[in-house]
Design a protein around this ligand. Structure first.
Ligand code: SF4
Ligand code: SF4
Length: 204
């Protein structure tokens, strides 16, 4: 499905209520680190923090999140698939995602960042029994995000535990997300095994 498919979005059941969304924003509003990490990657990327480059890291909003933003200033706009790769990526993705574009770092408003912005570069890592063991670095973007590989002490422990809570609650609403991250966790384990590296997960 493509972002312009309003009809399908309209028919979708709301799983993340506004109240829940506010809770997620509260949980994720804790600073991840005590410095501006954009200063690490932006100088090597023409002044643009890598994860804010809407053409490279295709920004995804849950459809309820997108709807909420539409009623609150239209900070996010649906992004038409510009390349064949992005089109394919969107076609293969979950129907409740809305691929969107923000005004970019100069126009960024902290309180309007997406859930995706606020959790990058982490993903939940799940055990084979399906429990969240903690946060692991995303399987992609290693080359571009200089935070990837940094030790746990780099991050505020409250941020880490809040992000884990966020994922636990999202999984209750979206079991599809749990399945996806279960698969990503197995891929991560296989990749690390091949590379002879140990899995590092951050958590309480
Ligand atoms: S999270 Fe990574 S890619 Fe994004 S601004 Fe910070 S260092 Fe750059
Ligand atoms: S909302 Fe802000 S943090 Fe998120 S991609 Fe846009 S500029 Fe970057």
């Amino acid at each position: 499905m493509f972002p312009e498919d309003h009809f399908l979005y309209k028919k979708m059941k709301t799983r993340i209520t506004d109240k829940k969304l506010k809770r997620f924003y509260r949980l994720l509003s804790v600073q991840m680190i005590d410095f501006d990490c954009g200063k690490l990657c932006a100088p090597k990327n023409g002044g643009m923090p890598y994860c804010c480059e809407n053409e490279s890291v295709v920004p995804i909003l849950f459809y309820e999140e997108y709807k909420w933003h539409q009623g609150n200033g239209k900070f996010w706009k649906k992004m038409p698939p510009k390349t064949k790769e992005i089109r394919k990526f969107i076609e293969e993705s979950e129907p409740y995602y809305v691929f969107s574009k923000c005004p970019g770092p100069e126009g960024c408003i902290r309180s309007k960042r997406s859930l995706n912005c606020m959790t990058f570069p982490f993903e939940p890592h799940l055990s084979k029994d399906g429990d969240i063991l903690g946060l692991a670095y995303t399987n992609t973007h290693k080359a571009e995000c200089p935070l990837i590989g940094k030790p746990e002490k780099t991050y505020d422990p409250l941020y880490i535990s809040n992000v884990i809570k966020f994922w636990q609650e999202i999984f209750e609403l979206y079991p599809e997300e749990e399945e996806m991250y279960f698969d990503e966790s197995r891929k991560r384990e296989r990749r690390l095994k091949r590379q002879g590296k140990r899995l590092r997960v951050f958590g309480p």
